[in-house]
Design a protein around this ligand. Structure first.
Ligand SMILES: [Mg+2]
Length: 366
């Protein structure tokens, strides 16, 4: 099954940000939802679909797929997924073991796993050793609103929609307090601040946040790879720490776990190195008794890949569903919507349905 074509397909899709307001603030001020789909064609006629992380970096990631990844894999046997992952990581190491290069490698890897499962005639989770019968809890991952009333409104709406846990992207206590009041005492709330603070600032803020019964505090410290600082906070603040969306490869997760920096590890399949690398991270976490909580604010093959991977984890954690509504869906309606607060997994061969060609045509920009 020779690889005869690798295409990066760029989409820009408008989206709605919530249920009652179009206001948006802060670094989550995305204008459009970016996609970099990776389409891999083989000489058997089978086509695989991958997904490289592209939010606010779509063009460079697509160029990396076209000019760094594609020339290295054309003519290779698509079944050699592990070998291709290894060779790409080795030959591209000088261009960065975190960031654009790894995002591009991730997109290719997801497409190869889609092909592997399609050629076996099985849904991907079967190849990963799971029967696909699990329902995995979803959590609502809110945007940043910097407005206590809006935050409370969206927390309430999330719970009405069946979510049993809600994650905030705020950095101030007023919004967290509003969320806790709206949710009531029994609903798990998480807080993702996206690396804004020095270690000292993080310690001060963690003390202020201690009264809100957070399930975890996510990425409190900048830079994200300062694992010793994260470990000191983790050991002293009394709130569980989550991180990992900004870590690529199992080696960076090994460093994170060796420092005992987190309670929850958050590999992101479109960034970490794809399904191949995610599985290595999962094994590491299992040996260190660290719970995985996949980072998955996606609407393409990366989301489907996360659903399959969760089926095969010893403890699947929760699936992140970013609380926005794209103008169109690459997949049949409802695929991104949890049922009774949980996600199942597609049963078709491969990742699931292929992306809708009409939607690709409509939103394609490169
Ligand atoms: Mg996050």
């Amino acid at each position: 099954m020779k690889i005869v074509g690798v295409e990066a397909i760029e989409l820009e899709m408008p989206f709605s940000r919530g249920v009652s307001s179009e206001r948006e603030v802060g670094f989550l001020n995305w204008g459009m939802l970016d996609f970099c789909l990776v389409r891999v064609e083989t000489d058997t006629g089978l086509v695989g679909w991958g997904d490289a992380f592209a939010f606010q970096c779509r063009k460079p990631v697509a160029e990396a797929v076209r000019h760094m990844v594609a020339p290295r894999v054309l003519g290779r046997d698509a079944r050699d997924v592990a070998g291709i992952s290894h060779d790409l990581q080795q030959s591209l190491h000088l261009f960065g073991r975190y960031g654009i290069t790894m995002f591009a490698i991730s997109g290719l890897d997801i497409a190869l796993w889609d092909l592997a499962a399609k050629s076996a005639g099985q849904p991907l989770h079967r190849l990963l050793g799971a029967d696909g019968s699990r329902r995995v809890p979803a959590y609502s991952s809110l945007f940043r609103y910097e407005d206590p009333e809006l935050v409370a409104d969206r927390v309430t709406r999330s719970i009405e929609l069946g979510y049993r846990s809600v994650k905030l992207h705020e950095t101030r206590c007023a919004e967290v307090a509003a969320a806790r009041e709206a949710a009531g005492p029994g609903v798990p709330l998480m807080l993702d601040v996206n690396c804004p603070w020095t270690p000292a600032e993080a310690a001060r803020m963690a003390a202020e946040l201690a009264g809100y019964d957070l399930l975890w505090l996510e990425e409190p410290i900048n830079p994200p790879e300062d694992f010793p600082a994260l470990a000191r906070l983790h050991g002293s603040c009394g709130i569980a720490i989550a991180a990992g969306e900004n870590a690529c490869t199992a080696f960076e997760f090994r460093a994170m776990l060796e420092h005992r920096a987190v309670d929850y590890a958050q590999p992101s399949v479109t960034k970490v190195g794809g399904i191949t690398e995610f599985r290595k991270v999962a094994t590491l976490c299992e040996t260190r008794a660290t719970q995985i909580m996949p980072h998955s604010p996606y609407f393409g093959p990366g989301f489907l890949a996360t659903l399959h991977l969760a089926q095969a984890l010893p403890s699947p954690g929760m699936i992140e569903r970013i609380f926005l509504e794209p103008e169109a869906s690459l997949y049949p309606e409802g695929m991104h919507d949890p049922v009774d607060g949980t996600f199942g997994v597609p049963g078709e061969a491969g990742l699931g349905p292929d992306p809708d060609p009409d939607v690709i045509t409509e939103y394609r920009v490169g």
